[in-house]
Design a protein around this ligand. Structure first.
Ligand code: CA
Length: 239
């Protein structure tokens, strides 16, 4: 007898019944368990009650709370990976989504293949994080990363980072004072499928600078190596 093992539970937040149906069909066919919500407020509740492994979140929802609001609320209590569903991948929308705490996006219309590839890549990424054995902390000047708690301190103040912001900073900090190439960072933080997706990296470097640099327009901590990559510059340490 073969018992079907679930590939994971996915919360679909979408107000178009046809798309919900399609998502449910594709995901259950590949052994994902699917729960759905068509309103933002309900989606937040379900994220807490159902503890999904991943959330597919439409940005435009009927009702009071749109997708950005849903992501922000969920981030107050959960690190569950969130993939935005968006009609147009306009940079401003994506950045707003990332700032609300989403991890990735899918542009409508998408094929079943694109959907599954994205879902699997994001799940793989977050499962890899969960399995990583953290050791102590990394110190870089006034910046301190507590790897066990995934916390970041700047001087005496804690800096709140989203999951992806933290992962990128940790990757840079693990190789402090070395230039990390674009492809290296994208592979390490997002996964090998993302190795050429420079837009992700640029956006998150900008977010980190906004949170960590005294003057984000003149970065001293996360330094650009033009055309090559980025480096975390730590004053006290030799390369
Ligand atoms: Ca919609």
């Amino acid at each position: 007898m073969t018992e079907r093992i679930s590939a994971g539970k996915i919360l679909v937040v979408e107000d178009e019944p046809k798309l919900v149906q399609l998502l449910r069909r594709v995901l259950t066919a590949t052994h994902f368990q699917v729960v759905t919500a068509s309103k933002g407020e309900i989606a937040v509740e379900m994220a807490a009650l159902e503890q999904p492994d991943l959330i597919l979140l439409d940005l435009v929802l009927a009702g009071e709370m749109d997708g950005y609001g849903v992501a922000r609320h969920i981030r107050e209590f959960s690190d569950v990976p969130i993939v935005m569903l968006t009609a147009k991948a306009r940079e401003a929308d994506l950045l707003r989504g990332y700032e609300a705490g989403t991890d990735d996006y899918l542009t409508k219309p998408f094929s079943s293949r694109e959907l599954l590839a994205r879902v699997r890549a994001v799940l793989k990424r977050t499962r890899r994080e969960a399995g990583a054995a953290p050791e102590a902390e990394i110190v870089c000047g006034a910046l301190r990363l507590d790897l066990a708690r995934r916390r970041v301190m700047l001087g005496n103040a804690e800096v709140r980072l989203t999951r992806t912001e933290y992962n990128l900073l940790r990757e840079l900090a693990a190789h402090a004072n070395q230039v990390m190439m674009h492809g290296q960072l994208l592979t390490a933080v997002w996964g090998p499928e993302y190795r050429n997706d420079l837009d992700y990296l640029r956006a998150y470097v900008r977010f980190l600078r906004k949170k960590l640099e005294a003057d984000p327009a003149d970065p001293k901590l996360i330094v650009t190596a033009p055309g090559v990559g980025y480096m975390l510059a730590c004053p006290d340490q030799a390369a």
